[in-house]
Unconditional design. Structure first.
Length: 353
């Protein structure tokens, strides 16, 4: 695995200028003392293919970056995450990487870590309040917009779609829901959207899909905010004899989020039509990269990186490295004026798993 490091900050003091680029500047905080710093990594869950892939990528990333790991798994339980943070503190970790699924309830724990000068990097999610050293995620509002544009284009701006919302206690669920609804309202007012809260639970999504189809059997589009709903959605479509190839006018168009190998296979087979590929491999790499940089006393500023992303300031004191997350389709064709990536592109992490 080769890790690309963000561009270094260049200070041009003679001209009185500083370049705002996503960069690292050396500081004084060598917490490793010549050894490997101890980093606590909490895995948010292990019940989806996406998070299991992330878990697989963390240890090799740690070895390449030269950090020691202490790991826990909070299993989508905020109380467990809070307890795991206490464990990390007792183990004298020098930094923490986490992906809190309840992005509001984590604030007191973030303050506790800050009081102890233990830097935190969150991956995939961003805390609602409080600051961390860096957030590593993709632009989740773009996820909803890309799904909207794909379905809106394929349906010709008319018809009914169902959206399986993730947990609305998460910034990800809110971002994807709000952007999808806003895009539909603005660009495809002839499409009716049925939003179904699922708490990131596949069985709940399948149950609500069955109920919705009973009252609205003419649904022609499905937006899953994560691959958690993949198996159940396909099972319901099959049970109701609604699985037809994309060329058939009876086809129900399905867009997912994650980019797991199963989704890419299903796109190839015509069972689903698109997904947004979240970079599970880069979540592991750059989550650990930034926490080590924090331990080493480095700092960052807004701007482009050399790994195809951009660091943005989302609020005072909070930076977010927004990694690339392309829309993946069967043919790689442009949709609504935006490029897509073909499902068999070797650059997709789902094709390297």
């Amino acid at each position: 695995m080769s890790i690309k490091i963000p561009l270094r900050l260049t200070l041009v003091s003679l001209l009185g200028l500083s370049m705002l680029t996503a960069c690292a500047s050396d500081g004084k905080g060598d917490a490793g003392g010549g050894g490997k710093p101890l980093v606590g990594v909490d895995y948010p869950r292990s019940d989806t293919d996406f998070w299991n892939a992330y878990i697989k990528y963390v240890p090799p990333s740690a070895r390449e970056l030269g950090v020691e790991l202490k790991t826990t798994n909070s299993q989508n339980d905020i109380a467990a995450l809070i307890s795991n943070i206490q464990t990390f503190i007792s183990q004298n970790v020098k930094g923490v990487v986490m992906a809190p699924q309840d992005t509001a309830a984590i604030a007191p724990s973030l303050q506790q870590l800050a009081d102890r000068k233990i830097p935190v990097v969150t991956i995939d999610t961003r805390p609602d309040t409080g600051n961390v050293f860096m957030v590593v995620r993709a632009d989740n509002r773009a996820y909803g917009t890309k799904a909207c544009q794909f379905l809106g284009t394929k349906l010709g701006g008319k018809g009914k779609v169902i959206m399986f919302q993730g947990g609305l206690d998460s910034i990800n669920g809110r971002d994807r829901t709000e952007s999808f609804n806003e895009c539909m309202k603005q660009n495809y007012p002839g499409i009716t959207v049925f939003g179904e809260a699922t708490e990131w639970k596949g069985d709940l999504a399948a149950s609500k899909f069955q109920t919705r189809l009973a009252s609205d059997p003419d649904i022609k589009g499905v937006y899953m905010q994560s691959s958690f709903a993949l198996a159940g959605t396909l099972q319901v479509l099959k049970q109701r004899n609604l699985q037809f190839p994309p060329s058939d006018p009876r086809h129900v168009f399905v867009v997912s989020n994650d980019g797991i190998p199963e989704e890419l296979k299903d796109i190839k087979e015509g069972l689903i039509d698109a997904t947004v590929s979240q970079p599970a491999d880069q979540f592991a790499t750059y989550g650990l990269y930034y926490v080590k940089a924090a331990i080493d006393g480095k700092t960052f500023a807004p701007g482009p990186t050399d790994h195809g992303s951009t660091i943005v300031q989302v609020r005072d004191g909070l930076l977010e490295d927004q990694l690339a997350a392309p829309l993946v389709t069967a043919d790689g064709a442009t949709v609504a004026g935006q490029p897509t990536v073909r499902y068999d592109d070797k650059a997709l992490w789902g094709n390297a798993s």
